[in-house]
Design a protein. Structure first.
Length: 94
């Protein structure tokens, strides 16, 4: 993935990213059947902190919830077996 984004970030890019996050507003909740929604997160995500992950789980409390112990911010890439198993469990159970 680093070959796509590079390994260096300028101070201007870091500042722009931070300002974008700080100025962001939560998106409105999309009305979607809870049975079709799966919330999947990883405990070791270095980008999304635990309070934010918990808020997402709370916001979608009626949905299926999967917490991986590892997977970082990209569980589909860093822990593909567990990621796939969670999604298969959810969608096969429909």
């Amino acid at each position: 993935m680093l070959h796509l984004v590079g390994t260096d970030q300028t101070a201007e890019m870091a500042k722009a990213s931070l300002l974008a996050v700080l100025g962001a507003s939560p998106l409105p909740k999309v009305e979607f059947p809870a049975s079709k929604l799966a919330v999947l997160d990883a405990e070791d995500d270095p980008v999304v902190d635990e309070p934010t992950r918990q808020a997402m789980r709370d916001r979608n409390a009626a949905s299926a919830q999967y917490r991986l112990t590892t997977g970082g911010h990209y569980p589909a890439l860093l822990n593909p077996d567990a990621f796939q198993a969670a999604l298969l469990e959810h969608y096969r159970g429909e």
